[in-house]
Design a protein. Sequence first.
Length: 681
Amino acid sequence: MALALSQTRVGVETHISVEGAINDDEAVSNLEQLLETCIDQYQINIVVDMVAVPLINGRSLEVFLEIQERLLRIGGSLRLVNLSKLLKQIFWMTSVDEAIACESERSSTTTNTTPVKSAAKDKKLGEILLEKGLVSDKDIEYAVLHQQRSGKKLGDILVEDNYVGEHDLVNVLAEQHGLPFVQIRSGLYDVAAAKLIDQETARTLKVLPLFRVNNTVFLATHDPQAIPSFDAVTEKTGCTVRPVLATSENILEKISEAHAASDDLSEYIGGLDVEADLEVLEGQAEQDLDAIDERSGSSPVINLINTLVQRAVRDSASDIHIEPGRGKSRIRFRIDGVLYQVMTPPPEVFPALVSRLKVMAKLDIAERRLPQDGRIQVLTQGRVIDLRLSTLPGIFGEKVVLRVLDKEKAIMQIDRIGLTDSHLATFKRLLKSRHGLFLVTGPTGSGKTSTLYSAINYLNSVEKSIVTIEDPVEYQLDVINQNQVREMIGLDFAKLLKHVLRQDPDIVMVGEIRDAETAEIAVQAALTGHLVLSTLHTNDAIGAITRLLDMGIQPYLLSSALVGVMGQRLIRRVCPKCKLQYSISAEALQDMGVASEEPKRLVRGKGCTHCYDSGHKGRMAVHEIVEIDVSTQQLMTQKPSRDELDAHLKSHKVMTLYDAALQAAFAGHTSLEEAMGLSGG
C-alpha cells in the first residue's frame, strides 16, 4: 500500500496528513519530497499528523531531523502530532523527541516514557535495589561476599541466585545510568537495522540493533557497561553505539524474529496480492522437512507462517488456532491450557494463509467444503517439530488448528512425569505385572498419552514384544511396533486390536478405549496373559470402574483383569520470573475449605511478559493411583455404585487429585487458586 499524503494550510501552519507505514525507501522519499516542497514554498511552520502511521524506520527519523534543522535555520519549526504509543517510544528511545516536538494521541501515552535521570546515577546498584525494596540487606551481603570470591558482577549474582528478577535489575540499571529501558516488540526495531550484524554475532553478544540514525546505532543490550560488545558492533557497522536496555531473554527472543522479518503483518500485508501468492504456492514443490529458519527471503505469507511456528515453539504453545471472522481473522496460541490472542491479520489475507498450510501438508487447497487432516514436519531452532493440521469449514471460512508436537520436549522418562516417590514406586510395581489391564484416566489434554509413552519406554526391551495402537502415532519409538488406526478404511481400534493379539505380543498399548467392543477385547486380552495399557476419559481414577461397568463389561471379568488405574491432571506452575511468596493463616485456609492447623507459605505470580501476564508458566502433572487389591476386587464383583467406591477409597486413605494439587501448592510449585480448581473433581 503506497503512502498517502495530503496537505492543507491552517493559518500560518502547513498540516500534512500521513497515512501508511514509513518504513521503505519509496515511502520515505515521497514524504521527504513533500516536506522539501513546503520549504521551497516558504511554508516553514509544518505540522505532521502521524495518527495513521503504524511503523517507521531509521531513515524516516533522519529525514525528520534533517527537515527540522533546515526549518530552524530559517526561523521555522517542525511538529509531529498524534503519535501512537509505539512511535512515541521510538522517538523517545532514539532521543529524536529532544530535537523535534512530538505529541501523542492521548496525554496518557506519555506516562512512563521518559527515562529516569535523577540522583540515582550517583548511587550504587545495591543502594537503589534496597530503596526499591527489591532485595534485603542480607541479600546484598551475600552477593557482595560472592562477588569478592568469584569476581562476578553484583547484579549477575543476584539474578542467578533468584534474589531479584532480570526485568527488575535491568530497569534499575537503566535508572542508574540514565538510559531508556524497553520491552522489545514488533515495530520497536527497524528490520534493516537489526540485520546490520549477523544472527550468530547478535546471539553471542546478546545484542540487537534497533535503529540506525545518522551513523548512530541504538543497540539493545542487558548490560550498560558491555564495552567489548559495543566495540565489536562499532567495528562491524562503522557506527557509534548508544545502548538501550532490555532483558537478555527479550533480546534473544527477538533476534530470530528480526532476522526472519517481523511478525507484525502491517509491514508487508498492505501490498499483498493474494491470488499471485496462491499461484506460486500451488506450483511449489515441498519437501517432507522444511528448514523454516532459512526461509526469510520468501513471500510474506510464507514468512508469516514460519514466524508463527517459530514463536509457538519458543513459547511452548501446544496448539495454533487460525480462525476467520466477519471483519477480521485472529490467530491464537494455546499455552499451558489457555488460549492467548497473538495476531489479528486482515480477512483478505486469510485464504492465502490456509492455502499455504494446505500445500505444506499436501492437502487439496481447492476443497473448502469438507474437513481435512494432515501433517507437516518442519525444522526450526535446530529441532524437528511435527505439526498436526486440522481444517473445519465454517460460515466465514475454514478454521485451522495446528497441534504442535515438539519431540525434544516430550517427557519420555518415567521418573520425569511428576510422580511422587510413593506413586512412582506403585506405578513401577503395576507395570511389572505379567498380565492385566492398567488404565490412565483424565480429560482431553491432561497428558495421558505422554504417561503411556513413558510407561512403554520404561518397559521397552528386546526381550519383549510391545505393540501399540494409536490415533495418531505421535512419537516414534525404537524396537516398538506402532500401528496407526485408519477409520476411513474400517481399521478402527477394535479391529486392529484383534489382529494385534495374533502377533504374539507381551505388552499392548491401546491409545484410547472409546467403545464397548474395544473395552471388551482389551479385558479379554488382559485375561489371556497380556499386559494391556490404555486411556479412558473420566474425571478421576475410580470413575474408570463405573465407566467400564456401564459399557457392559461383566463385573467378574473386570475384577480379574484390572490391576490399577491412574488419574491425572495438568496444573499450571507459577511463573519463576514473577513469583511472589506470601503467608496465609490457618483460619483463612479453613474458610476456603482447606483443612489446616497452621499457617502456610504460598506462592503466586503477579504477571509479566514472560508468562503473558498470567502469573503461570509451564505445567506439571498431579496424580492419583488406585491399586486393585483383593478388597477392591470383591467390591467390583458386586457392581458397586459411585458412592460405595468413594467410601472404599476414603477408608483406604487414597490420595486424590485434589490432595496432590494442594501438596504442590504448599510445596511452592503452583498457586492455591490453581490447586483449588481441582476441588470439583
